[in-house]
Design a protein around this ligand. Structure first.
Ligand code: FAD
Length: 412
């Protein structure tokens, strides 16, 4: 069944659900699919599903190489999601009947000068303290693993458990699984949430259509704040962090160009190369605090190519297939917002947003958490530290307050 058509032809009687998911990025689609599996009558609304950050992303599943000091709870959530990935993919491929793009390839983080190498040693020590798996390599060992790396590489860290998924294939598989499950997909914008007696009663679509449900999941990435009908301050702010990213093509004669994800820091700027099985090479990414701007700039493309070329000189010969920009939805503490909104908001309103640079990684665990909440009313313990209400004791995060300044550590 074509899900879009099923929604377009739905009668009024069909337009009442247990739950409506606002936003069909990876987070909303996966949450809706897992909820439908649990028997929840769910619908998704999105004018252009999979068109946001989920389309642009590199698809690294990198809890270890993305671990940052002070973000240990997020690291634990990321590790748990990475652990769930193979099972999530197996279930999804069974439900969708098409491949979902998962590749267990590992990651090699490389360094050049003395400062970079010192930073790498620090990182290796941090990994050891946390019991994370990573192995320190010499420059020569790095080049044995990836012969196209520049001879200037001074050393590296092999993180065998940080893998990847082709986020576009994953989105396509989720859409197919939802279609196969008969979940209606309304290709329209949600313009308002309906609230009756302090409780969510449904959502209003741009075309004037009204959907009824006692539960609404806000999974609109960094656009959740645009939706009318919520009291001011009910939803903690999520700010957009722009990322520019490139897609190159590896001709069959040059394959395999790289065997695993390669990342490094070039004069303080992080850069990564993600080789897909089907010949795409993703090069990313900038991190820019420019509001809702999604313009691809000459400077952005130049900087990424320059730094990627520094790591792997052969990059310069590959065809450039696509340059794009997307908006990472970032909360005030860079961790996702999972669960019911606080006392300022209506009952039945649930957030699944703020995944910032880890939304692809966190898709399976988020989907499980939201599905459990929709099916049983219980927020699983793994999500307790990520409740939207965690900011309630601090001054409410407004877009300005959440903008804690440029985050130069973010590369994806
Ligand atoms: C350059 C870049 C590289 C990245 N690389 C990685 C990576 O390697 N690994 C990783 O884990 N993460 C990565 N990320 C982060 C990841 O892409 C995001 O965290 C994730 O995609 C967020 O998913 P989402 O579904 O919440 O939001 P989105 O994908 O942005 O989806 C939001 C959806 O909501 C819809 N929407 C908006 N407003 C409305 C409305 N009013 N009504 C209905 N629908 C609406 C939009 O159309 C869109 O489809 C990267 C991001 C960027 C930009």
């Amino acid at each position: 069944m074509d899900v879009a058509r099923s929604a377009d032809t739905a009668s009024d009687a069909d337009e009442a659900f247990d739950a409506i998911v606002v936003g069909g990025g990876l987070i909303g689609l996966a949450a809706a699919w897992r909820a439908a599996e649990r028997g929840v009558r769910v619908a998704v609304a999105d004018p252009d599903p999979g068109s946001g950050a989920s389309r642009v992303a590199a698809g690294m599943l990198a809890p270890v190489t993305e671990a940052h000091y002070g973000e240990e709870p997020l690291l634990r959530l990321g590790l748990e999601s990475a652990r769930r990935y193979p099972g999530f993919i197996a279930d999804l491929e069974r439900a969708a009947g098409i491949p979902a793009g998962y590749r267990a390839c590992g990651t090699l983080a490389v360094a050049f000068d003395r400062d970079d190498l010192a930073a790498l040693d620090e990182l290796a020590a941090y990994h050891r303290r946390l019991g994370l798996e990573s192995a320190r390599l010499t420059g020569r060992e790095c080049r044995e693993l990836e012969p196209l790396l520049t001879p200037a590489v001074g050393g590296g860290l092999l993180v065998a458990g940080d893998h990847q998924v082709d986020n576009r294939m994953l989105t396509a598989a989720l859409l197919k699984a939802l279609s196969n499950a008969g979940v209606p997909l309304y290709r329209d914008r949600v313009v308002g949430i309906t609230v009756e007696g302090g409780r969510v009663a449904g959502a209003r679509l741009g075309a004037g259509r009204a959907l009824r449900a006692g539960l609404v999941v806000l999974a609109a990435g960094c656009h959740g704040g645009d939706i009318a009908g919520l009291p001011p301050g009910a939803v903690p702010a999520v700010r957009p962090v722009k990322g520019q990213i490139l897609r190159l093509t590896v001709p069959a004669a040059q394959a395999p160009f790289l065997s695993r994800i390669v990342r490094g820091t070039v004069r303080g700027r992080p850069v990564y190369l993600v080789p897909r099985d089907h010949g795409e090479l993703v090069v990313g990414a900038t991190a820019e605090e420019l509001g809702f701007d999604t313009q691809v700039t000459a400077g952005g493309v130049y900087g990424l190519l320059r730094d990627a070329h520094h790591l792997v000189p052969g990059v310069g010969e590959l065809p450039l297939a696509q340059a794009s920009a997307g908006l990472r939805p970032a909360s005030a503490d860079n961790a996702p917002l999972l669960g019911p909104v606080g006392p300022d908001g209506p009952r039945g309103l649930i957030l699944a947003t703020g995944h910032y640079r880890n939304g692809v990684l966190l898709t399976p665990v988020t989907a499980d958490v939201i599905a459990e909440l929709l099916a049983t009313g219980n927020l699983p313990p793994i999500a307790h530290g990520f409740r939207p209400t965690r900011f309630d004791r601090a001054p409410r995060a407004t877009a300005a307050a959440a903008g804690v300044g440029p985050d130069r550590t973010a590369s994806r």
